[in-house]
Ligand binder design. Sequence first.
Ligand code: HAM
Length: 438
Amino acid sequence: MAQRVQGTEDLFGGYMRAWQHMQDVARDLFGAYGFDMVETPAIEQVDTFVHGIGESTDVVRKEMFRVVSGALFENLFEQGSEAGLKPKQRLAMRPEGTAGVVRAAVENNMVPQGAAPAKLWYAEAMFRGERPQKGRLRQFHQVGVEWLGAADPAADAECIIMLMEYYKRLGFDPSRLKLSINSMGDAACRPAYREKVRQFILDHADEMCEDCLERAEINPLRSFDCKNDHCREVMRDAPLAKDNLCDDCAEHYAQVKRYLDAAGVTYVEDPTLVRGLDYYTRTVFEVEAVDGGVGAIGGGGRYDGLMELEGGKPTPGIGFAVGFERIALALAAQGGSLETPQPGCVYVAGTSADEREAVFSATLALRQAGVRTEADYQGRSLKSQFKQADKLGARVCVVIGPDEVAANAVTLRDMETHEQTQVPAAELVSAVTARLAK
Ligand code: HAM
């Protein structure tokens, strides 16, 4: 039997309800902040990610799952390279949501010049070919938001405040979350800063790993979160972004912090926080659960150059994404749970096959009235039906035997007290709903 792919999970039962719960809480909270839901395709042209996330990032270079149709696959084998493919034939599964949402915003002109910002949220599967481990999957799920068209530092602060409120509503104790923030500068000040960091790495070349030496040329800031401990140690003395911001970026960052302070949000400034995606400018942030044991449970930042990289007009943007699987693990590690109980139901039990039609009608009537209703479809004994009703968490059982059919009535059994009362069949729905409301 073929098995599920390593680093992927099946979502069902309580785990599926937990994922739905995350979406329900997001819909309520993000809706109150004016965000609408969006869904973009799971496959995009490779260029969408190369332009947005950056050619030199691990996500694009090593982790993106590339997609080819069966016919193209054979061609590729024969030719031995993808050089002959047109851009629209070079496809990948989305490794994150931002690049695709921004591509969609440009393509559908969602933020016409001078118009109100587009505020979008999504709940989607993402795909990254990382080495699977606890909290690191190859198909995982993110809830994220993208706010396109707002440059004001209040937007950065509101995004962060909304994110922290989201964790709280999911059941996290805010005092056990660590929010780190930083500013990465913009097109005016970043190039000179990058050059300083490049020079620093070259000056310490004999202490850095091969990857960092390569990074020095293509993306020196990535060395701040090199997986090699020694490189990170060396990078502690590297020039920091916060000391190299232009006046505009410094003032923007200071204002974001003033707003966060005014809202009572606790944060730590981490001047080495650079994030793994190239599109970020100015504010970046990441959240970890203390003792969560799974790394970041969410992160995001500003990306004022991304709309242009995706072929649109210059438009500022900011957003974040949180990982469902990591949140479930981190909450469990803190003694909480995302799982919501299965809603209670009503069970309709028949004493024999002769009552099957009456059971069928009663079940249908209850369901049409919006009551979650279950019945037996296997001809089990009344005792097994009661057991099944208990297992499903039914508060009321509707029992139909020959006496009930003869009297055109049903018996309602309270599953807790086992008390039974007969009511006319015509009053089934009102009697059941009255009991459920108690
Ligand atoms: P990211 O930091 O790459 O940002 O991912 C956001 C969150 O997704 C992480 O904090 C983590 O919880 C979860 N995550 C990432 N990779 C994995 C994985 N392999 N397995 C399980 N969970 C994972 C972004 O994706 C940006 N698009 C966020 C953003 C939106 N920035 C601006 N707007």
